[in-house]
Write a protein that binds this ligand. Structure first.
Ligand SMILES: [Zn+2]
Length: 260
């Protein structure tokens, strides 16, 4: 759902580029293309709309523009260049997210879990483990543990926690949407919260979701599993979400703005 196309493994449904999926396309979408401005690849989506609309998406600051059908390339370029200061500002805000993932794993540092902010407390111990204690995430690691060791312990804990959350949510949404995945897994993904391949009945979820509020994780599960019914982000797809998660748009907005 949120991704940069160049990160997408070939066999996966490219979530917001329906034209790459061949066959059917959403009724409102006419053509997709990419233009490069100031070294950034920008996805241009031609639609039956009146005005151009520019968006910058986390986590990597992917730039997307919707334009009226057959808008002249120069006009699109000019519009984007005029908005460039806004794009830079928006992208700078988003890099807070990237900085967050480059933590030093020292006591007092801010870390997120399930949508809340915690302080890290590094505790020397023979046994590696993570315990949430009040406003603290206590990270037990052997004395002299490297940054890599500490990151690994915390990441494993995030993964186990997210695995439990996703397990329940996948069960819930498979029943709700009358669909069945063959397999799903958690991965570190640079630029998407999740993906789903209808043919392989396989979903991937971003490890970073462990840091997000529960309802945001639920939206990603609902979204990816809805792709088992409908591959494209068309009216049919949106209606599935509206029927089962009426406030999905506001949750999506929250997820996109939730920069940690
Ligand atoms: Zn999607």
């Amino acid at each position: 759902m949120i991704f940069a196309p160049f990160f997408v493994p070939f066999y996966f449904i490219s979530d917001t580029i329906p034209s790459m999926q061949g066959a059917t396309q959403p009724s409102s979408m006419i053509r997709m293309s990419t233009i490069c401005i100031n070294g950034c690849d920008i996805v241009v989506e031609e639609k039956n709309i009146k005005n151009m609309h520019l968006s910058v998406y986390p986590p990597e600051g992917r730039i997307h523009i919707s334009v009226p059908a057959q808008t002249n390339q120069d006009k699109i370029r000019l519009y984007i260049l005029q908005k460039w200061p806004w794009i830079v500002e928006k992208r700078n805000n988003l890099t807070r997210y990237t900085r967050q993932s480059a933590r030093q794993y020292v006591s007092g540092e801010e870390h997120f879990w399930r949508g809340k902010s915690y302080r890290l407390k590094v505790v020397p111990d023979k046994k590696s483990q993570v315990i949430v204690n009040g406003d603290y995430i206590e990270l037990y690691v052997r004395d002299g543990a490297t940054l890599k060791n500490k990151a690994h312990v915390l990441e494993s804990w995030y993964k186990a926690d997210l695995n439990r959350v996703l397990h329940d949510l996948v069960d819930k949404w498979q029943a709700k949407l009358h669909v069945q995945l063959d397999t799903w897994q958690i991965e570190k993904m640079a630029a998407r919260w999740g993906s789903c391949c209808k043919n392989k009945r396989k979903a991937l979820f971003n490890l970073e979701l462990a840091k997000k509020p529960y309802h945001c994780v639920e939206y990603v599960v609902a979204h990816e599993l809805a792709h088992l019914v409908e591959e494209n982000h068309n009216d049919k797809f949106q209606n599935i979400l509206f029927a089962n998660l009426p406030n999905w748009q506001s949750i999506r907005k929250e997820l996109n703005e939730f920069t940690i």
